[in-house]
Design a protein around this ligand. Structure first.
Ligand code: ADP
Ligand code: MG
Length: 485
């Protein structure tokens, strides 16, 4: 269905398809035993295979194949029992083989789909065209020497999954939602850590515009788009650029463009005429890859609960709304934290404390849950004290702040500071009598109709009792003493 961003793109419909390169989280590379760890001394993680020494032969990493299958299953996609590794030939200094081993005609994963969650709360399905396995390249380094370039082959040969979408995406918001959802699924599956600063997830974004109902327009492919913010900005920029050209009577050249984050603009890298002829052919060093149906079925058995399933279960089992559920499931660790705290407790209350209090403080400190000073059990302990009326909700906030600062249990803080709620009506009554005796004018004013003063009396009582009086007992006794209810 056509969706238009009125005002921004006028009567033009935006069409986007994304190619995401996701590095497989693995100890070793796709065709060698060298370490696939990020960083390290330059050229410390390089085997003779990665350096393309003559006569070296690639050996396929079974674990990486398994992760690609797992990802295909997580994307609701067809896993192909037969796939073929081909050589994609081009010359570049960071590619010592002179070709990249990739899959072309026969990828390991075919068509699939994922649901994306849009800012207005709606859900849309985006088609996945394919997922194939390929090697990453090394890195040329141009800024270390005035006249020389260096090369670091640590990344050379690391396993990538290239995940290609159908041109189903219709706006920058949808592109961001697609990227975020894909990242979430990969992280749930554990097949890619989604670490964008380390380049574990990189996107090429294909953008075109057309009038709704018209055939697809000519696309430009934007490379080097490596964060959600960059996706948003690059698409917005590119859409405006294309609309201006077409409305100015020009036409779009199919080309590869580069996103320049510093300039906030895309610029031409190469046009279609200069496009490579990669001379793909099956790699004679690697037999076609056959994966058995039983292996695929076994991997399917081990899939974790995925984000959408978890979100719906949280809504049904815990009575949470869609928004709270989606925030809680955004990270698997966060969802687990919530579930362990919610066990046997008022789940909505637990969700509120995590979402409104804990995540707020962590966010402010730039921390995530793994470094939270308050554990799920400790949040649970605090909530138990609220539910059994040991402390009021208001005191609980102060207790929580102290828990966060000190890592101590709620019960310990409540005991050492004497924060237990006073429910003893005789004690509350005594304080109320004092307050009323001290404020005869206000008592008279209240009795003659100034209802608003009720809050004043509550405040005075609470103040005298250090905020610890049970609020409903204070209300009840005050009402009966003041003679109006
Ligand atoms: P290539 O490998 O040359 O980049 P593909 O056919 O594999 O070409 O397409 C790459 C990506 O471009 C896919 O994600 C696809 O959905 C997207 N795409 C194809 N045509 C268009 C178009 N007209 N506008 C926007 N995206 C497109
Ligand atoms: Mg492409």
């Amino acid at each position: 269905m056509a969706s238009l961003v009125e005002g921004k793109t006028g009567s033009w419909e935006v069409v986007i398809g994304m190619e995401v390169h996701a590095q497989i989280t693995a100890h070793s590379k796709l065709f060698s035993g060298a370490s696939a760890a990020f960083g390290g001394e330059p050229n410390a993680h390089v085997s003779l295979v990665d350096a393309a020494m003559p006569g070296m032969l690639p050996v396929l990493n079974e674990f990486c194949v398994e992760q690609a299958i797992r990802t295909g299953l997580g994307l609701n996609a067809q896993v192909n029992e037969t796939s073929v590794f081909e050589r994609k030939n081009y010359f570049y200094p960071d590619l010592p083989q002179g070709y990249q081993i990739s899959q072309f005609q026969h990828p390991i994963v075919g068509k699939g789909e994922i649901e994306i969650d849009l800012p207005d709360g709606s859900v849309k399905t985006i088609g996945i065209t394919r997922l194939h396995l390929e090697q990453d390249a090394g890195k040329s380094i141009h800024d270390q020497h005035p006249t020389k370039s260096y090369v670091d082959l640590n990344r050379s040969g690391c396993a990538l999954m290239e995940i290609v979408s159908e041109p189903d995406i219709r706006s920058a918001d949808e592109a961001c939602a697609y990227w975020a959802k894909l990242r979430m699924i990969l992280r749930y599956l554990g097949t890619c850590d989604g670490n964008m600063e380390e380049g574990s997830m990189r996107a090429d974004v294909n953008v075109s515009v057309r009038k709704p109902g018209a055939p697809l327009g000519t696309r430009c492919e934007i490379k080097n788009v490596n964060s959600i913010k960059a996706v948003q900005m690059a698409v917005d920029y590119e859409v405006q650029r294309q609309i201006e050209i077409i409305e100015g009577g020009g036409k779009i050249d199919q080309e590869t463009r580069l996103w320049d984050p510093a300039k906030g603009a895309t610029r031409s890298m190469r046009s279609k005429e200069e496009a490579h002829d990669y001379r793909y052919f099956p790699d004679p060093d690697l037999l076609p890859l056959h994966v058995g149906a039983d292996w695929i079925a076994n991997i399917k058995q081990t899939l974790p609960e995925l984000p959408d399933q978890k979100k719906h279960r949280f809504m049904e089992d815990y009575g949470l709304n869609a928004y709270d559920s989606s925030v809680l499931i955004a990270e698997r660790e966060r969802a687990d934290f919530f579930e362990s705290g919610a066990k046997g407790r008022d789940a909505k209350l637990v969700a509120n404390w995590i979402l409104n209090e804990l995540l707020g403080l962590l966010n402010k400190d730039g921390k995530d849950l793994s470094s939270s000073p308050v554990t799920a059990a400790q949040i649970g302990g605090l909530i138990d004290l609220i539910t059994d009326n040991t402390i009021s909700g208001k005191i609980a906030k102060d207790v929580f702040a102290q828990m966060y600062a000190s890592g101590k249990d709620a019960a310990a803080i409540v005991e050492t500071q004497g924060l237990r709620q006073v429910t003893d009506t005789a004690a509350i009554e005594k304080i109320i009598d004092e307050v009323l005796a001290e404020n005869p004018d206000n008592v008279a004013a209240y009795r003659s109709g100034k209802d608003k003063l009720f809050g004043f009396f509550v405040g005075q009582v609470m103040k005298k009792m250090g905020g610890k009086a049970n609020p409903s007992a204070v209300n009840d006794i005050l009402k009966s003493k003041l003679g109006r209810s």
